[in-house]
Design a protein around this ligand. Structure first.
Ligand code: SAM
Length: 224
């Protein structure tokens, strides 16, 4: 999918992003408790990158647990960044929004934490390996990379089974599963956890782990 189409897709979602995610991503809100637990316990002056920040849902979590952080909120879509600024309007001076394409534009450096929430699947297979090096270069030593992602299972039969569980979930939420599945196939590039961990290792990450999984959705961390 072209970047203009990705922008258009997310621009349409910006106003009601969270309500939609609850209907499309199993346990979307429950994931936030796990992400919260995985963040550092001690509040320091962390420099955080929220990559593909959308409306700021994960940055909100950061400020709840680690209020002394400074966040760089990076996204392609202006409407999402506007929604971010609105959501976090009380945190002025504690964040900077950057509009850009993380595949081609600089993403900054010196981060203690990088959050990539439902973001990496926008990279194509060919772009992945190099991008993990870009993430590594942006992190400080021992920095934390935390991702939540849509993935595919290594076994094609399990993959199909998980897609069918996912579609059933979408249907129970009153959304059209075939519409969203077709969109997913057209615009997303999910990979297996095996590949994710291999690319992490090749880029110098350590302690890579999957902490939560439901069907084709995961939460992972790794340390530089
Ligand atoms: C599904 S939303 C995720 C929002 C939030 N991080 C979360 O966990 O719910 C994906 C976001 O990534 C952004 N995005 C997609 N491709 C991008 C790219 N190449 N560069 C920067 N942002 C991108 C979209 O604009 C969108 O806001």
């Amino acid at each position: 999918m072209e970047q203009e189409q990705v922008k258009e897709h997310f621009a349409k979602q910006a106003a009601e992003y969270e309500q939609l995610m609850v209907k499309l991503v199993p346990d979307y809100l429950a994931q936030h408790q796990i992400i919260h637990n995985l963040l550092p316990q001690e509040d320091k002056n962390y420099r955080v990158l929220d990559l593909g920040c959308g409306n700021g849902i994960l940055s909100e979590l950061i400020f709840k647990k680690l209020p002394n952080s400074f966040i760089v909120a990076f996204d392609l879509t202006a409407d999402m960044l506007n929604a971010f600024e609105k959501k976090l309007s009380t945190k002025g001076g504690k964040f900077q929004v950057v509009q850009g394409d993380f595949r081609t534009d600089p993403i900054g450096q010196g981060y203690d934490i990088i959050l990539a929430g439902l973001t990496l699947h926008h990279l194509t297979w060919e772009e992945r390996a190099e991008f993990y090096h870009k993430l590594s270069a942006a992190l400080n030593p021992d920095g934390l990379l935390l991702t939540r992602e849509i993935i595919i299972d290594e076994d094609p039969a399990v993959r199909q089974e998980q897609y069918s569980y996912w579609k059933k979930f979408i249907q129970t939420q009153g959304e059209d599963p075939e519409f969203w599945y077709a969109k997913h196939l057209k615009k997303d590039h999910p990979v297996t956890l095996t590949d994710h961990f291999t690319w992490l290792k090749n880029a110098g990450f350590k302690k890579a782990a999957c902490h939560w999984r439901l069907y084709n959705f995961v939460i992972t961390t790794a340390r530089k």
